[in-house]
Design a protein around this ligand. Structure first.
Ligand code: CTP
Length: 438
């Protein structure tokens, strides 16, 4: 019996896939189809696969061409599978020509002609393309533009900025620069906002009233009440209002969260986060350290300990009307938390989560998390966790936003309560409530 194996994502199964499977089957007597797991696809850079693994498996099964279906979960698995299933022929479309020649050592490798004119990516991008308008003055806009290129179904509709000093020339040349926010709204299905937080409330409200979905860099606004009002408005209108903090979308951060919640380090006693940077340019686009870093540093604190803290104290060092350094201490019923943020001072940007059985250490810069360690008194029990992080998490954040719009379900990694509490802190900070100056 000649055994054949082939692999693929098989998202939105199409004619090209079926033709490939038919020819693969005809190469032998028994066909094994490897369907890629969701996490594995992400590491290969396919990040807006529409169907779940189960749906894709069902679709391959429904063709009646596969004798056996397996899941492909890790790099190097093909060699293991070929040995394990005693495979005679490995086959794949010729878009992979040459890439799998190394398998010749284990079985025969056959590249089949790819069917012209059809692909999952093409179907995905035709299905729904969200035109995303960008508003703001930050250099982060350049990253959003860049990362959007990796996400099927998102197209940048243009930019509106009060000034364009920090936007790259090639982006200014490639995208339409609108002269008013209204014009940007008229030409977009959704808006990404990274303007100064004091403008967020008005900008978000206007977008929602114009039936546009919104993704806004945290804080959503500068008060809890306004933030709650905006979430309620979005809900009422069936729109997505998404808080953007890229770290919340990193795979490592999400694994860390579930490990902590499942008791891996016992009960959490303290969360300590530091985020600092030195600004090379100081101009009207320079943010205060708390507005620049506060929401990111607050994320693990509020997500791991909740938002019901009993008291807090804020200490800031201000120069030229801008806080260069801010430290906040929180007291909870049975735990504490602290954050240090600076835009104009430098420190070790790590994250430490102290527990009753052990602790988690995330090295600097923890907000670009791709690795962390779970450490115990007995060092031989320590564990290290590595995950791929593409585009600092922005790419995954855009995918989550696009999916939320498509499915009309708010799949955000940050719940409204955390967003509102972040806004509350920003409000205290702006009003200098409980703030001591040094
Ligand atoms: N394939 C093919 N002809 C096509 C599309 C895919 O022969 N028009 C083959 C691929 O070469 C591969 C298998 O089908 O052997 C599964 O491909 P997959 O990557 O799942 O599909 P694509 O449509 O290429 O997906 P994408 O657009 O996301 O890359």
């Amino acid at each position: 019996m000649v055994k054949v194996i082939t692999y693929g994502t098989y998202d939105l199964l199409h004619y090209g896939h079926i033709r490939l499977l038919e020819r693969a089957k005809a190469l032998g007597d028994y066909l094994i189809v490897g369907v890629t797991a969701d996490g594995f696809d992400q590491t290969r850079g396919k990040i807006n696969v529409h169907q779940s693994l189960m749906e894709r498996i069902e679709a391959v099964k429904a063709t009646g061409l596969a004798d056996e279906i397996i899941v492909e979960e890790y790099e190097g698995q093909k060699i293991d599978d070929i040995i394990k299933y005693d495979v005679d022929i490995f086959t794949v479309g010729d878009d992979w020509q040459g890439k799998f020649d190394y398998l010749n050592e284990y079985c025969k490798v056959v590249y089949l002609e790819r069917t012209e004119g059809i692909s999952s990516s093409e179907i995905r991008s035709k299905e729904r393309e969200i035109s995303l308008g960008l508003i703001g003055e930050s250099q982060v806009l350049n990253k959003i533009i860049n990362e959007s290129k990796f996400v099927n179904g998102i197209k940048i509709s243009g930019i509106y900025a009060l000034n364009t000093k920090r936007i790259n020339q090639e982006n200014l040349d490639s995208y339409k620069l609108y002269s008013s926010y209204d014009e940007l709204l008229n030409n977009s299905d959704a808006i990404y906002i990274i303007s100064r937080p004091k403008y967020h409330y008005e900008q978000i409200k206007k977008a929602l009233l114009n039936n546009k979905h919104v993704m806004c860099e945290a804080p959503i606004s500068t008060s809890k009440e306004e933030t709650e009002e905006l979430f309620a408005l979005a809900k009422e209108r069936g729109l997505i209002l998404f808080t953007a903090i890229k770290t919340a979308y990193s795979t490592a951060y999400n694994r860390l969260k579930v490990l902590v919640k499942s008791g891996k380090i016992g009960k959490v006693i303290s969360v300590d986060a530091t985020c600092t940077s030195l600004e090379s340019r100081i101009d009207e686009n320079t943010w205060s350290s708390f507005l620049e870093w506060g929401p990111t540093a607050l994320l693990p604190i509020f997500q791991l300990l909740g938002t019901d803290y009993l008291s807090k104290s804020i200490i800031s060092h201000i120069e030229n009307d801008r806080d260069k350094f801010t430290k906040i201490d929180f007291r909870y019923e049975t735990s504490v938390a602290s954050l240090k943020v600076a835009n104009g001072a430098k420190s070790e940007g790590d994250l430490v989560i102290t527990g009753t059985k052990g602790y988690i250490y995330v090295p600097a810069p923890w907000w670009k998390m791709d690795y962390f360690e779970v450490r115990y008194e007995n060092q031989s029990s320590n564990q290290r966790y590595f995950y791929q992080l593409d585009g600092e998490g922005i790419r995954y954040e855009l995918v989550a936003f696009a999916k939320a719009i498509e499915t009309k379900k708010n799949t955000a990694c940050i719940i409204d309560l955390v967003s509102s509490e972040i806004a509350n802190l920003v409000n205290d900070f702006i009003k200098q409530k409980d703030v001591k100056l040094i």
